[in-house]
Design a protein around this ligand. Structure first.
Ligand SMILES: Nc1ncnc2c1ncn2[C@@H]1O[C@H](COP(=O)(O)OP(=O)(O)OP(=O)(O)O)[C@@H](O)[C@H]1O
Length: 264
């Protein structure tokens, strides 16, 4: 694969997000993510992790600033352009988002939908090349032999790996994962994180992952972004993310005030 010099894949330009009810999602986020990075976003519940991740593929609209993905403004994109930018971004959700009653293969093939006409997709006519891609993707997550099993017959960890295969079949160069292991047990958590790490290393797919676990963040990330109240309070290499840094990320301002009030 050709590596371009200074390969910025995602760029946040002074991005803010205020929800219609007045809640602040993000405040003046200004950063970029380069090709091949494995970025983990950490922070307390409500810190803005989901908002940040979902603004990258415009599942959430931002209220200020601009986001550039693969050199194109997803903030300004309309119609076909938006659709094409999104095609390069795979998404992995906490609850897997599979069609549970369909086969594993069908679910993985749905990653190809963005490449074909609506009619073709309504008729379920995927070219053989797509089927090969889907099987290759399943192979990569160790589930090729499950291709024709119904998705709901698989364990949670396996279902999450099917959703990873779907992102691979999509041929995305960015994968966004919103709490991908939050509903998994420790062993399956590791398998899913290992799959993401392997895909990042072998295919150079850029990962942006929201995690609650500091331990996992330290183990898998190349870079950690700490959010608090919608703001970036840490952005650096794992080696720089000391215990004090995490303490700062996870300190709740109002908790401090509450303590002070108790002391008064
Ligand atoms: N749809 C929404 N409408 C209004 N406010 C929202 C909405 N989604 C999120 N928020 C608010 O925006 C802020 C950031 O929320 P977000 O879900 O991004 O945080 P998070 O770090 O992902 O939290 P969690 O770890 O609990 O998922 C919070 O104050 C939250 O209440």
């Amino acid at each position: 694969m050709m590596m371009k010099v200074g390969n910025i894949l995602i760029e946040f330009k002074h991005v803010s997000k205020i929800y219609p009810n007045g809640a602040r999602g993000l405040k003046d986020i200004h950063l970029h993510i380069d090709k091949g990075e494995f970025v983990v976003i950490v922070g307390l519940s409500g810190a803005g992790k989901s908002t940040l991740l979902r603004s990258i593929n415009r599942l959430h609209m931002i209220t200020e600033g601009e986001i550039i993905v693969n050199q194109k403004s997803i903030t300004r994109a309309k119609g076909k352009e938006l659709y094409e930018i999104r095609r390069d971004i795979g998404m992995i959700f906490q609850n897997f988002n599979l069609v549970r009653r369909s086969s594993v293969m069908r679910n993985v093939l749905s990653g190809r939908v963005g490449y074909h006409s609506t009619l073709r997709m309504v008729l379920g006519l995927f070219p053989n090349r797509d089927k090969e891609l889907a099987l290759e993707a399943l192979e990569r997550v160790g589930l090729r032999e499950k291709a024709y099993v119904r998705a709901d017959q698989l364990s949670g960890g396996q279902q999450q790996r099917v959703s990873i295969a779907r992102a691979l079949a999509q041929e995305a160069n960015i994968i966004l994962a919103d709490e991908p292991v939050a509903s998994l047990d420790p062993l399956t958590t590791r398998q899913v994180m290992d799959d993401l790490a392997r895909i990042n290393q072998e295919l150079h797919i850029t990962m942006v992952v929201n995690l609650h676990s500091v331990e996992l963040a330290k183990e898998y990330a190349t870079r950690i972004i700490g959010l608090r109240d919608g703001e970036v309070v840490f952005d650096g290499a794992v080696s720089e993310a000391t215990d004090e840094v995490f303490e700062q990320i996870y300190t709740k301002e109002d908790k401090k005030h509450a303590k002070m009030r108790v002391a008064e």
